[in-house]
Design a protein. Structure first.
Ligand code: SF4
Length: 62
């Protein structure tokens, strides 16, 4: 599974890296996923980060 942050939609609130820093980090004023494949044991955490994004900028792709 991959996590993709829509750079046009992200408002840089910082929620996703605080919920799941193993997958998301801030790069300048936007968040990015810093792993290509989200490891099995981090998928729940990554999904939780995505669901807490206030602007639904995070897409999970299998
Ligand atoms: S939670 Fe959403 S808006 Fe906030 S930094 Fe992450 S992707 Fe951007």
């Amino acid at each position: 599974m991959r996590a993709i942050v829509d750079q046009d939609t992200c408002i840089g609130c910082g929620v996703c890296p605080s919920v799941c820093p193993e997958v998301f980090k801030m790069e300048g004023e936007k968040a990015v996923a810093h792993v290509d494949e989200v490891p099995e044991d981090l998928q729940d955490s990554a999904r939780q980060a995505a669901s807490q994004c206030p602007v639904s900028a995070i897409r999970m792709e299998s």
